[in-house]
Design a protein around this ligand. Structure first.
Ligand SMILES: [Zn+2]
Length: 270
């Protein structure tokens, strides 16, 4: 079922969200889908016995690519992304739809299964973040101690459609978020061993964050020196080309250095 859902939705993250709802691991999932994907999902939800609702507005996503953290509202009849709410219980999906229409982010975050500390973190940083990339990466890194974190907490994988978390945690050491990520990984292992192996392979990486762009390096860390063989990037820009020309770099605190020059924020996930 997992592989088929991932194909229908064009996303392993969304298929993981649907699975989490189906298995009772979160009350509601919220997706943004374009074109016919929403009606395909509706058909699939009905066959699985899941409630499916859509918002009374559409969204224009601000960034292109696999993952966008920012959007603006459009009237429902315009071309844009449909916001879908999926739940085992219709009333919960209705509550999520209403919470979003009323801009009640605390209730919406709770219905989406986010831990209370991360819901509060979202509320605290929302206005500052909405003026920027709206990805909450900087406040999350600011709250995180050290620079090596559990791979299941790798929030940077989401830009490449691999993540075990549906929210940005209040820190990369957030314990309730880690418990969520562990549950999600166990679900995935049961449903699709192949996908679980792929997710683990991508999330065990070093991440570099620079002005909203993300670069994932696949390799091995040894005493803060990271030797890598592959580079994934949200944008194939000058930094991507520079990273491709090298095979190792250093990490100090949450800073990534290449040839002793700072190239962005960084975090290691092992
Ligand atoms: Zn938290």
């Amino acid at each position: 079922m997992f592989t088929k859902t991932a194909q229908t939705l064009g996303s392993t993250i969304k298929a993981g969200e649907l699975l989490a709802v189906l298995k009772g691991h979160k009350p509601v999932a919220r997706f943004c889908l374009q074109g016919n994907a929403a009606s395909s999902l509706k058909t699939q939800c009905t066959s699985l016995g899941l409630a499916f609702l859509t918002a009374d507005f559409k969204l224009a996503l601000s960034f292109t690519g696999n993952y966008s953290t920012k959007a603006s509202l459009l009237p429902k009849n315009e071309d844009g992304y449909t916001v879908c709410y999926i739940s085992l219980v219709r009333h919960e999906a209705e509550k999520a739809k209403k919470a979003e229409s009323q801009n009640n982010h605390t209730l919406l975050g709770t219905l989406l299964g986010y831990p209370p500390c991360c819901v509060a973190f979202f509320g605290k940083n929302a206005s500052e973040e909405s003026a920027k990339h709206n990805d909450f990466v900087l406040p999350c890194l600011h709250n995180s101690q050290g620079n090596i974190f559990p791979w299941k907490m790798n929030i940077f994988g989401r830009y490449f459609d691999f993540s075990l978390l549906s929210h940005c945690p209040c820190s990369l050491s957030c314990k309730p978020s880690f418990a969520h990520a562990q549950e999600r990984f166990a679900l995935l292992q049961n449903e699709s061993r192949e996908t679980a192996i792929m997710v683990e392979g991508i999330l065990k990486s070093a991440a570099i964050y620079n002005e909203g762009q993300v670069y994932l390096l696949r390799g091995e860390e040894r005493k803060r020196h990271f030797t890598y063989t592959h580079v994934l990037a949200t944008k194939k820009d000058a930094l991507y080309n520079l990273l491709k020309q090298h095979k190792n770099m250093q990490f100090r605190d949450k800073i990534a250095d290449l040839e002793q020059k700072e190239i962005g924020l960084g975090a290691l996930f092992s």
